[in-house]
Write a protein that binds this ligand. Structure first.
Ligand SMILES: [Zn+2]
Length: 462
């Protein structure tokens, strides 16, 4: 039985899809105004594991996602600048150029991390009509009010507003960050914007569309209500995101969708915890904004980062440090090494006891730390290699660590590259970094990268 933790009920629940063996899955997509940081990417790895576990258990997964390319302000509480317009100003480009650029970078990151791509993706700017339809419905039903700046959702009209976060309206001052923002125009502090007009600080907002109420642009939350409904229907099975979505973004998605259509938005809500750096949230302002490119520039493989995230349960915070990434890289390299020493081809049969144990661990709210330790225990088992290889291949359908491919690539590193790495190490030891760098360039030109570990240099295919 597959058990998953539901944020809405605060319980571990047996999972049953709404429609036989089909699961509709919706994670919130990125706001494409900058590179994703590895904390954002931890959430997408958790969601990938969720999808892979569902598929492993025989479900067909309809995986759809939005791309936020308008309306997400620098504060979740409807104040500040539109992140897209900030990105555009920073780089002297049009917001949609910025969106295209970082959307591509985002999908590139997902592919490097072996994250299975959503089957359907819709941008906020390509779904304005569907968003306006919902705002119209909410207005007809009396859930909105307006002034010269915006159309707002009136949260006092819903008796169960805030149920996802377990917050009562009277306790709710504003978004998840507990910053108290006094907005005189709002009737209740938790009310949020559905549609901004081109007025005040948004007078010159570059992206805007006509609406029955006047020219403007949508607030952030409405796109997910519109896009998930359009791509997956309502209600759908699983809505997921990061824990930072609970208090405001997901709470407001629920409010809008339930008020407009009189039915739940999703059956199950799942949230991944933060990646922390020096015990704080990853943030540009604190100088702790690390991208996947930074990871690769330091010679680590994206899959080492994936491995690192699997060593913590998705509902626990994970502290990131370069040392812990080093440890993950060494562990992954050792896994590849040990598998590369195995002989023969994978058989059809598997180590059944291990396969059963693996399914048990992943079905217990995606317990990947235990699934990883089981993988290590399997390596030590005295079973025939071909049985172990087929079992590892099966595990990798969920782990996504390229276990067999990584092992095969290790066997293929040419002698010449290994020699270059050794020579480079000698120059490094003599502190002749110029020569060492020249040799690194030669290794890279041959399609390999070299990383210095405590036990010597390790070459790996790029
Ligand atoms: Zn969303």
């Amino acid at each position: 039985m597959l058990k998953l933790y539901n944020t809405l009920t605060r319980k571990l629940e047996p999972f049953t899809p709404l429609k036989d063996k089909r699961v509709a899955l919706y994670p919130c997509g990125p706001t494409v105004y900058n590179f994703a940081h590895i904390g954002n990417l931890r959430t997408y790895i958790f969601e990938d594991i969720l999808r892979r576990v569902l598929q492993y258990r025989g479900y067909k997964v309809a995986h759809a996602m939005n791309i936020t390319d308008v309306g997400h302000l620098t504060s979740d509480a409807d104040v500040g600048e539109d992140k897209m317009e900030l990105g555009a100003a920073r780089e002297g480009k049009h917001p949609l150029e910025i969106a295209k650029q970082y959307e591509q970078a985002f999908f590139g990151d997902l592919e490097s991390l072996n994250i299975l791509l959503p089957k359907k993706v819709l941008r906020a700017t390509d779904s304005i009509k569907a968003q306006i339809e919902i705002i119209k419905l909410l207005t007809d039903k009396g859930f909105t009010y307006r002034d010269e700046a915006a159309i707002y959702f009136d949260t006092s009209k819903l008796s169960d507003y805030g149920k996802l976060a377990g917050q009562k309206l009277s306790e709710k001052k504003t978004g998840a960050r507990e910053e108290v923002i006094v907005d005189q125009k709002k009737r209740n502090p938790a009310d949020f914007v559905l549609w901004f007009f081109l007025s005040g600080r948004y007078k010159n907002h570059i992206l805007h569309w006509p609406s029955p109420w006047g020219e403007g642009f949508p607030g952030w939350h409405i796109e997910c209500s519109a896009i998930s409904r359009k791509l997956l229907g309502q209600p759908f099975d699983i809505h997921c995101g990061g824990v930072d979505h609970i208090g405001t973004h997901h709470t407001n998605e629920i409010a809008q969708s339930e008020a407009a259509f009189g039915m739940p938005l999703a059956n199950l809500w799942m949230h991944g915890e933060f990646l922390q750096v020096r015990s704080g949230k990853m943030a540009k302002s604190a100088g702790t904004f690390i991208t996947l490119k930074d990871v690769m520039d330091k010679g680590y493989s994206p899959l080492a980062y994936r491995y690192l995230t699997l060593t913590a349960h998705y509902r626990n915070k994970l502290n990131f440090s370069w040392e812990s990434l080093e440890g993950a890289q060494n562990a992954l390299d050792e896994l590849y090494e040990r598998i590369s020493e195995m002989e023969g081809a994978p058989s059809v049969a598997m180590c059944e006891d291990y396969a059963r144990a693996f399914e048990r661990e992943i079905s217990n709210d995606l317990d990947m730390p235990r699934a990883i330790s089981l993988t290590w225990r399997l390596l030590k088992k005295p079973n025939p290699d071909k049985l172990k290889l087929s079992t590892l291949a099966k595990f990798d359908e969920v782990l996504g660590l390229d276990l067999l491919k990584g092992a095969a690539d290790r066997k293929k590193i040419p002698q010449e590259v290994k020699e270059l790495a050794k020579r480079r190490e000698k120059f490094r030891a003599k502190k002749d970094f110029k020569k060492a760098d020249e040799l690194r360039a030669q290794i890279e030109a041959a399609g390999y990268t070299v990383r210095d570990t405590g036990t010597g240099p390790v070459a790996r295919k790029k």
